[in-house]
Design a binder for this molecule. Structure first.
Ligand SMILES: Nc1ncnc2c1ncn2[C@@H]1O[C@H](COP(=O)(O)OP(=O)(O)O)[C@@H](O)[C@H]1O
Ligand SMILES: [Mg+2]
Length: 356
C-alpha cells in the first residue's frame, strides 16, 4: 500500500495538516517536540486504528478540541481508497470510501504499517510482553482467524482469573473454562510456530544486509507445552499441575499469554551475549522481516521508523539508509538527516511543510 496523502484535523499537536507523500523514503525532520512522532503516529494509526504510544485514545485529540480525524488516501496497485478515522468522546469511527467499517479486520486487510521505534532496540533484552506483542500484531495482520483467537483467549483468561480470585469455589466452571482455554490455545500455538518458521526463512537475509556481514540467526519459540500431536493432554496436565499455585496467586500462571521467543545469533542468545549493536540491528531486522513475507508487491506494508537513526552508530545508520531502497514506502523521523532521492518534510510550529 502507498499512502498518497494524509489530512489531519486536531490530531495531537496538529490543528490541521494536509500532506502528499512520495512513494519511496519520506524524511520528516524537525527539532525536539516539534511533532515528528505525532505525524508518524497518525500514519501508524491507519494500520490497526491503534497507537503504540497510548492506550488512551482521547490523548490523540488536540488539547482543547473535542474530536480529531485522520483522513488518508491510499493506493494499492491501481485501486484508490479513502480511509477516515474519527475520534471523539463517543469513541472511534472508521470509514472506508465513505462507508462505515464495523470490524477492525476490514481495515487491517487493506492497511499494513510496520513500525520501529527507539524502544525497539531493546526488543530482545526487554520484557517478553513486547516480543509477544510483536507476534500478535504481525500475526493478526496476516490472519483474521488469529485475531479472533487471541480475542477469545483474552476473554477466557479473564474469566478464569475471576474464578481463581473467588477462590475457585465454582470448581466445575473453572474446569470448563480451563478446557476451553486449552482448546483455543492449540491453534494459537500452531500459528505462532508457523509464523516463527516463516520469519526464520527471511530474517537472516535481512540481518545480513543490515549488518553487512554473514551471520547465522534464528528465532527460538517456546510454546508453553510442546505441540507434538498430544497438545491437549500435555496442556491438561500442565493446568492440573499449576492449579494449586494458580489458586494461591489468584491468577493463571501458564499459557500463551506467558510465552516468549528469543534469538540465537551466531549460536548464542543475542540478549545474553550479543553486543548492543547486534541487539539493535537484530531487533530492526526482525521488525522489518514481515515486509518480505508479503508476496504481492501492491500489498507490501509501509515502514515507519521513528527516530531510529539516533539509536544507531554512523555505520549502521548508513547501512539502514541504503537498505531503504529494498523497502517500499517508508517514513523516517529525525532531527537531521540527508538521504538522496527522499521526499523531505520539515516540522515546526505545529505545521509540516514539504521542502523539496
Ligand atoms: N493531544 C495533544 N494536543 C496538543 N499537543 C500535543 C498533544 N499530544 C502531544 N502534544 C504535543 O506534541 C509535542 C510532541 O510531539 P512529538 O511528535 O512527540 O515530538 P517529536 O518531534 O520530538 O517527535 C509536545 O509538545 C506535546 O505537548
Ligand atoms: Mg519523537
Amino acid at each position: 500500500m502507498i499512502l498518497e496523502r494524509l489530512v489531519l484535523t486536531n490530531f495531537r499537536s496538529y490543528a490541521s495538516l494536509d500532506l502528499e507523500f512520495g512513494e519511496g523514503a519520506n524524511l520528516i525532520l524537525g527539532s525536539n517536540a516539534s511533532g515528528k512522532t505525532n505525524l508518524a503516529e497518525a500514519v501508524y494509526f491507519l494500520s490497526l486504528a491503534r497507537s503504540w504510544r497510548t492506550q488512551e485514545e482521547k490523548n490523540l485529540i488536540r488539547f482543547g478540541s473535542e474530536a480529531c480525524s485522520i483522513r488518508a488516501y491510499v493506493r494499492e496497485g491501481e485501486l484508490h481508497r479513502e480511509i477516515l478515522i474519527e475520534l471523539s468522546e463517543e469513541g472511534k469511527r472508521i470509514f472506508l470510501n465513505g462507508k462505515p467499517v464495523r470490524r477492525l479486520s476490514e481495515l487491517s486487510r487493506i492497511t499494513n504499517v510496520l513500525l520501529f521505534t527507539p524502544s525497539d532496540v531493546r526488543l530482545f533484552k526487554g520484557p517478553p510482553g513486547e516480543r509477544r506483542n510483536f507476534l500478535d500484531v504481525s500475526l493478526s495482520k496476516r490472519s483474521n482467524d488469529y485475531l479472533a483467537l487471541i480475542g477469545r483467549y483474552a476473554t477466557l483468561l479473564k474469566s478464569r482469573n475471576a474464578l481463581l480470585k473467588e477462590g475457585g469455589r465454582n470448581r466445575e466452571l473453572l474446569e470448563v473454562i480451563t478446557e476451553q482455554l486449552i482448546e483455543v490455545q492449540e491453534p494459537i500455538v500452531r500459528y505462532r510456530t508457523m509464523y516463527v518458521t516463516s520469519l526464520n526463512a527471511v530474517l537472516p537475509g535481512v540481518l545480513k544486509d543490515l549488518r553487512g556481514e554473514t551471520s547465522t540467526c534464528s528465532l527460538v519459540y517456546r510454546p508453553f507445552v510442546r505441540d507434538d500431536g498430544s497438545f491437549k493432554q500435555r496442556a491438561q496436565k500442565a493446568y492440573q499441575d499449576a492449579l494449586e499455585g494458580d489458586l494461591l496467586h489468584k491468577s493463571t500462571s501458564i499459557g500463551t499469554h506467558r510465552e516468549d521467543f528469543s534469538l540465537k545469533y551466531n549460536g548464542k542468545d543475542v540478549a545474553e551475549f550479543g553486543s548492543q549493536g547486534e541487539n539493535r540491528m537484530a531487533a530492526l531486522a526482525l521488525k522489518l522481516s514481515p515486509f518480505f513475507l508479503i508476496e504481492e508487491s501492491e500489498k507490501k506494508p509501509i515502514c515507519v521508523l521513528d527516530d531510529v537513526t539516533s539509536e544507531l552508530d554512523a555505520e549502521n545508520q548508513a547501512r539502514l539508509l541504503a537498505y531503504l531502497e529494498k523497502l517500499g514506502q517508508s517514513f523516517l523521523t529525525a532531527t537531521d538527516l540527508s538521504l538522496r532521492g527522499a521526499s523531505v518534510y520539515e516540522v515546526a510550529d505545529h505545521k509540516a511543510i514539504r521542502r523539496n
